[in-house]
Write a protein of this length. Structure first.
Length: 182
C-alpha cells in the first residue's frame, strides 16, 4: 500500500491520482518499448544491409572463380602448345626440302626429336624407360610377356614402348618384357 501514498505528504492517493500515475507509468513503458523497437529496427536494417553486401561479395567471388576455372580449362594447354611450335616448324622445314639425303633426314629427325623431348620435359612430361634388370613396377610398367633370362625373376628384360608420366600421374605405362620365374 505504500505505493498508493503521496510522496510529498505521505497521504493516500485518490483513485484519480492512482489512475494518472498508472497512465504515466504505462506511457513511460510504452515510450521505452517504442525506443527499443526503433533501436532493434535500425539494427535489423543494418544487419540486413551487411547480409546483402556479404551475399553479393560471395556471389562475385563465386563468379570470378568460375571464370578463372573456365579460362584455365580453355587456355591451360597454351604453354604446352607454345613449346611444341618449334617442333612443328622443324617438321615443316624438313618436309619442304625436295631432294633431302638420308643423312640430312636423319640429322633433322634427331634435332626434331631433341626439340620434342625438351618441350615435353619443360611441361613436366617425363619418359618411363626402365633399363634392363630394373625391378618390374606395376605402377609404371605393363608386362607384355615373360621370357626366360639370366636375370632375377620379375625384372625388366626390354622395353617395347616407352611410358610417360606428368608430375606423379602415369599417362601411359612402359610396355616391357619381364623375366619369368625360375
Amino acid at each position: 500500500m505504500s505505493d498508493n501514498l503521496n510522496p510529498m505528504d505521505g497521504q493516500p492517493l485518490s483513485p484519480e491520482e492512482i489512475e494518472a500515475a498508472a497512465a504515466a507509468n504505462a506511457a513511460d513503458a510504452q515510450n521505452d518499448l517504442q525506443a527499443q523497437l526503433a533501436e532493434l529496427q535500425a539494427k535489423n536494417a543494418e544487419l540486413a544491409d551487411q547480409y546483402m553486401r556479404a551475399k553479393a561479395d560471395v556471389e562475385n567471388a563465386r563468379r570470378r572463380a568460375e571464370e578463372d576455372v573456365a579460362k584455365a580449362r580453355k587456355f591451360g594447354i597454351e604453354g604446352f602448345a607454345e613449346s611444341l611450335l618449334p617442333v612443328i616448324d622443324s617438321l615443316d622445314a624438313a618436309l619442304s626440302i625436295q631432294n633431302a639425303t638420308p643423312e640430312q633426314l636423319r640429322e633433322g629427325s634427331d634435332a626434331t626429336l631433341r626439340q620434342l623431348n625438351a618441350a615435353l620435359e619443360r611441361n613436366k612430361v617425363i619418359a618411363i624407360n626402365p633399363p634392363a634388370g630394373e625391378k618390374f613396377d606395376p605402377h609404371h610398367h605393363q608386362a607384355i610377356s615373360m621370357v626366360p633370362a639370366d636375370q632375377p625373376a620379375n625384372t625388366v628384360v626390354g622395353v617395347l614402348q616407352k611410358g610417360y608420366m606428368i608430375a606423379d600421374r602415369i599417362l601411359r605405362p612402359a610396355l616391357v618384357t619381364v623375366t619369368a620365374p625360375k
